[in-house]
Design a binder for this molecule. Structure first.
Ligand SMILES: *Cc1c(COP(=O)(O)O)cnc(C)c1O
Length: 392
C-alpha cells in the first residue's frame, strides 16, 4: 500500500437525475460543515426539537413520535416493520414494484404471514384489489408504497387507509420518494405509520430516514408480547432520546441532522404547495419533451409520479451505452430499470432541488444528442415542447 495512490476525493460535477440520491443545495453542504457538538449538548437538543417540528409539518401530522432514524430509507422500512410485527402476524402488501417486494421480504424474515396483492409493475395498486384480498381477514398491517420509485407509479393513500381500518389493521405507507414532492398528509389520510428518506425530494444527503408513528401504532407496540428483536431500531428507546427523557441510545448522526434541518428550512421557505406545483410543472415539461422526441412513458398519465419518470427505451437504443454516454459526456446520471423492467425503461428523477427547468432542458438536449450520435431516430422539438409547458 502506497498512500500516494489514494487521491483526494474529487468526483467532479454530476447532475443526479436518477432514482436518488439527487443533488443537494449549497446551504445543506454548509450546514453539515458546522462544528459537531456532543450528543447531550443543549444546542443539539434545540436543533433536534426543531427538526422534529419541521418533519411533523412535512408529514402533516401531530404524531409525537416523528423523528429521523440514523439509517437509510430501507432502515426506516425495517424500523417500522420490526417494531410493529411479531412472529405469526399477518400483513397484506400491495406489490407493484421492487420496494413493495422488500416490505414482503422483511415481513417474512420476521416470521409473519405476508399476503401479496400482486399488481402489474408500472401501475398503481387498485383499492378494489386490496379490498378483495382483505375479505374475511383482519391482518395487523396493510402496507403500500406511495411512490414506487422502481416504476414511477403513484398509489394514493386515503382509500387504502380506510380499507385497512375497516378490517382492524394499521395502515403503513412507504413515503421515501413522495415526501417533499407530492402531498403526504398522514393525519388527513389516516396513515398510522410511515417512513421516508432524506436523499429524494427532501434533497438532503443520503443516510437518514424520517419515520412517524401514530397513536394506534404506538399502542400496538406497547402491547407487544415479545421484545422488538432489533435493539438498534427499537423505537421506544429511540423516542426516549428524541423526547424529553433524553436517554442515550446511540450517538445520532449529528451533522446529518444539521443538514436535514437546513433542507427542511428550504422546503418551508418555498412552501409545500409551491413545491408540489414545481414538481408537477417540470414533470409535465419533461414528459412533453420526451413525447415530442417520440418516446413513450411507462405509467398511464393519471397514475404518474411527478418526481420519477419511467420512459420506455426507444427502438434501437442500447440501455447501458446511452446511460454511459450521458454520464461520460454530460455528467448526467439517470437510472435503468429494475427487476422485470431492466433493459426496458429509463428512470428519470426530478426530485426536490433538481426539479428545475434548466435541468429538464439540459437533459432533453443531452439525450437527443446521445441518441442521434448512436444512430437512434428521434423527433426534433423536445425542448420547444417543454418550453410550451412552462409558458402556460
Ligand atoms: C429509495 C427507496 C427506498 C430505500 O431507500 P435507501 O435509502 O436506498 O435505503 C425505499 N423505498 C422507496 C420507495 C425508495 O424509493
Amino acid at each position: 500500500m502506497n498512500i500516494q495512490d489514494f487521491k483526494e476525493i474529487d468526483p467532479g460535477e454530476r447532475l443526479l437525475l436518477g432514482a436518488g440520491p439527487c443533488n443537494v443545495p449549497p446551504r445543506v453542504f454548509r450546514a453539515v460543515a458546522a462544528p459537531s457538538v456532543g450528543y447531550l449538548d443543549p444546542y443539539l437538543f434545540g436543533i433536534m426539537d426543531e427538526t422534529q417540528e419541521l418533519l411533523r409539518a412535512l408529514f402533516r401530522t401531530d404524531n409525537t413520535v416523528t423523528l429521523p432514524m440514523s439509517a437509510t430509507g430501507g432502515g426506516g422500512m425495517e424500523t417500522t416493520l420490526v417494531n410493529l410485527l411479531e412472529p405469526g402476524d399477518q400483513m397484506v402488501v400491495g406489490v407493484n414494484g421492487l420496494f413493495a417486494t422488500r416490505i414482503c421480504e422483511i415481513g417474512e424474515r420476521l416470521g409473519c404471514d405476508v399476503v401479496r396483492v400482486n399488481v402489474e409493475w408500472g401501475r398503481a395498486v387498485p383499492a378494489e384489489r386490496v379490498e378483495a384480498a382483505l375479505k374475511g381477514k383482519s391482518p395487523k398491517i396493510v402496507a403500500i408504497v406511495n411512490a414506487e420509485t422502481s416504476t414511477g407509479a403513484c398509489t394514493p393513500l386515503k382509500d387504502l387507509a380506510k380499507l385497512a381500518h375497516d378490517h382492524g389493521a394499521l395502515f403503513l405507507a412507504d413515503t421515501v420518494t413522495s415526501l417533499g414532492g407530492i402531498d403526504v398528509s398522514l393525519d388527513a389520510d389516516g396513515v398510522d405509520v410511515a417512513y421516508s428518506g432524506t436523499q429524494k425530494c427532501i434533497s438532503a444527503f443520503p443516510g437518514m430516514s424520517p419515520v412517524s408513528f401514530g397513536p394506534a401504532a404506538m399502542k400496538v407496540i406497547e402491547a407487544r408480547e415479545s421484545k422488538v428483536p432489533e435493539w438498534y431500531l427499537d423505537i421506544t428507546m429511540i423516542r426516549d432520546y428524541w423526547g424529553p427523557a433524553r436517554k442515550y441510545h446511540h450517538t445520532p448522526a449529528i451533522n446529518m441532522i444539521y443538514g436535514l434541518r437546513e433542507a427542511l428550512r428550504i422546503v418551508f421557505e418555498e412552501g409545500l404547495e409551491a413545491r408540489f406545483a414545481r414538481h408537477m410543472l417540470n414533470h409535465r415539461a419533461l414528459v412533453a419533451g420526451l413525447e415530442a422526441m417520440g418516446l413513450s412513458m411507462l405509467v398511464p398519465a393519471p397514475e404518474r409520479l411527478p418526481m420519477l419518470n419511467a420512459v420506455r427505451i426507444p427502438e434501437g437504443a442500447e440501455d447501458a451505452k446511452v446511460r454511459g454516454a450521458l454520464l461520460r459526456d454530460f455528467g448526467i446520471e439517470i437510472s435503468g430499470g429494475l427487476g422485470e423492467l431492466a433493459g426496458k425503461v429509463w428512470r428519470i428523477g426530478l426530485m426536490g432541488y433538481n426539479a428545475q427547468p434548466r435541468n429538464v432542458v439540459l437533459f432533453l438536449a443531452a439525450l437527443e444528442a446521445v441518441l442521434r450520435s448512436q444512430g437512434v431516430k428521434v423527433g426534433a422539438g423536445g425542448i420547444e415542447a417543454a418550453a410550451a409547458v412552462w409558458a402556460t
